[in-house]
Design a protein around this ligand. Structure first.
Ligand code: C2O
Length: 600
């Protein structure tokens, strides 16, 4: 059988006549209860039962305690038989359990063979060490308080400047050096590693439930190294408070060309006082006056943090287990605003948008760590937004692990489960106002008749499609049936209605962005400040290639968008179907299907 996630179709070779299984439109399948499905057909990026995908591939074995050399797995041995056994996931689906293991440092390949030729000279594999120690929680007298970057004083700036100067002065082969710190991102994020025990499987920390924990750990060590270089155990990195109006510019501490916090490879037209566009479209940048851009940004934050983050999977990202191909699906804030902020900051004069605009180089810009501190802060804020905002309890998430060098140059193995409470890691965030809580996006039009879908269906020149897959080379609309409608508030509280755009496939050396609009009357006037704007899929250049696997692979991923708030605010919760409009912004993607799912 041909599965979408494993078919290495090149975009040029999209041929609807040769792959019969690709023709199966989700829209005809959506009411079928998942238990009746053939489990072998689950090899699609992001259905709720997406967990049977990690059967060992031919020639690959599930790792066991005995075939992972030098890697202690006491916990897993203690759980007995987790590998190869079935386990209940948070989505109540049956999964083959396996956490994502540490990278195999000895197989680090940077640059990957698929990297553009001008990048073939970069190298970002870390120094090797055979001595891996287990993480221990730090002891401390006082929590480090990470400040909002726009609020720090001169003393703070001088301190951070000094610490980073010292970090930059360390020799390149010192794992604490800025060179090596930047390389951490490069190695983990452009396919430098394979997973220990799965020699053909790339390790990738973006586009899945590993995104937030990985970057939390990354900042944790970066901050501790800086603190130790200036001998200040309370030193805390600043956060770029782009979710509040007074933080929506590049923080001025990063813009002095004479300081160690500066990076020349940034977009010169995006310097203060320019307001960041959290939904930046690099091919067609918006030109909004500052006040309007601020409102759009606040509406976008409300949607991403509240409407699109009602479940742990919606917020943290989709399950990605040991042996899985990466790109299972990003959580809400990884797509927006995380990725546009990278691209907005990077320098368009550079071939690959360096530094922030390409994952291999992003860590070279000190503002990267402030950007990610705010992403990390969003995790901390999200947990306070309501009872249902809880982390995963799935052992495959909790036991997934990474390797980092600490402030004493020790190679430390850390686990996701030890990252979930930032206070135990010794830090918190300076409290500031959270202005987006009440910034609810507004419908673009007041008239939302119940016959709207009929109206839309007849209205030329809209192009409607009902067959999948589609290559998204123009604006298209799809009528998507709703398996349930008019639910009670209790039902809505229990289960979120989710629009799933599945099997999003594109060449891994291209950048793509497309917007998703629901029940629009004219897609041209819909912006991120309108209710109808459901979300965006946007990629950062990252090029990957793994180990021995010579075959060129496309990225295959999915986008999951919350519908409950959106449909309520449009007052169409009693409708049988919705009209989904996909608007390509740049890059070419193929989409294998669209459907609605419910998730608790
Ligand atoms: Cu690892 Cu902002 O990306």
């Amino acid at each position: 059988m041909i599965s979408i996630s494993s078919s290495p179709l090149s975009l040029k070779s999209f041929n609807f006549n040769t792959s019969p299984s690709l023709l199966y439109p989700f829209s005809q399948k959506q009411n079928q209860p998942s238990k009746n499905r053939n489990p072998k057909s689950h090899q699609i990026a992001c259905t709720s039962n997406d967990t049977n995908q990690n059967n060992p591939k031919e020639g690959e074995q599930k790792p066991s305690a005995s075939n992972i050399v030098g890697h202690r797995r006491n916990v897993l041995i203690g759980l007995g038989g987790l590998y190869g056994a079935t386990t209940l996931t948070n989505n109540n689906s049956i999964a083959f359990g396996a956490p994502v293991p540490i990278p195999d440092l000895t197989s680090c390949v940077i640059p990957p063979k698929e990297f553009p030729t001008d990048l073939q000279s970069i190298s970002c594999c870390p120094p090797l060490s055979s001595n891996i120690i287990d993480f221990k929680f730090p002891t401390f007298e006082k929590l480090r308080v990470r400040p909002a970057a726009q609020l720090v004083n001169d003393d703070y700036f001088a301190k951070y400047n000094k610490a980073l100067e010292l970090m930059r002065a360390l020799p390149d082969d010192d794992p604490r050096s800025f060179y090596q710190q930047a390389s951490v991102h490069c190695a983990y994020c452009v396919g430098g590693y394979t997973q220990q025990g799965y020699p053909d499987t790339e390790l990738q920390v973006h586009n899945s439930w590993l995104f937030l924990p990985f970057h939390r750990w990354y900042l944790y060590f970066y901050e501790r190294i800086l603190g130790s270089l200036i001998d200040d155990p309370t030193f805390a990195i600043p956060y770029w408070n782009w979710d509040a109006p007074d933080g929506m510019q590049i923080p001025s501490i990063f813009t002095n060309p004479n300081s160690s916090l500066y990076d020349p490879k940034r977009n010169t037209t995006h310097q203060p006082p320019t307001i960041v566009d959290l939904n930046y479209d690099k091919k067609n940048p918006s030109n909004n006056p500052a006040e309007k851009q601020i409102i759009i940004n606040l509406n976008l934050m409300h949607r991403q943090m509240i409407s699109n983050s009602k479940t742990n999977r919606q917020f943290l990202g989709s399950p990605y287990r040991g042996g899985d191909e990466p790109f299972k699906g990003a959580g809400s804030i990884e797509n927006l605003p995380h990725t546009p902020v990278h691209i907005w900051t990077g320098d368009p004069r550079e071939k690959h948008g360096e530094d922030m605009g390409h994952f291999y180089a992003a860590g070279r810009d000190p503002v990267f760590y402030a950007h990610h501190a705010n992403i990390d802060r969003m995790w901390y804020v999200w947990k306070q937004l309501g009872k249902k905002r809880k982390n995963f309890s799935d052992p495959d998430w909790l036991e997934s692990s990474f390797l980092f060098y600490d402030e004493n140059k020790n190679l430390v193995e850390v686990k996701v489960k030890d990252s979930v409470d930032e206070k135990k890691l010794g830090y918190r965030y300076q409290d500031v106002n959270i202005p987006w809580i009440k910034s609810i996006p507004k419908p673009s039009s007041k008239v939302k008749s119940k016959d709207k879908n009929k109206f839309l269906a007849q209205r030329p020149p809209r192009k409607f499609v009902d067959k999948f897959p589609i290559v998204l080379d123009s604006v298209v609309s799809i009528i998507v049936k709703r398996p349930k409608k008019s639910r009670s508030s209790k039902e809505k509280e229990d289960e979120e209605e989710i629009l799933v755009i599945d099997g999003i496939e594109y060449d891994n050396n291209t950048e793509v962005k497309f917007d998703v609009i629901v029940n629009d009357e004219d897609e041209k006037v819909i912006g991120a400040d309108n209710t109808e704007f459901a979300g965006t899929y946007v990629s950062v250049l990252h090029a990957h290639d793994h180990g021995n696997n010579k075959k060129k692979k496309n990225i295959v991923t999915c986008l999951r968008l919350g519908l409950t708030d959106l449909l309520e605010n449009l007052k169409v919760d009693d409708d049988d179907s919705i009209v989904v409009t996909l608007i390509p912004r740049y890059g070419l993607v193929k989409i294998s299907g669209i459907k609605i799912e419910f998730e608790d």
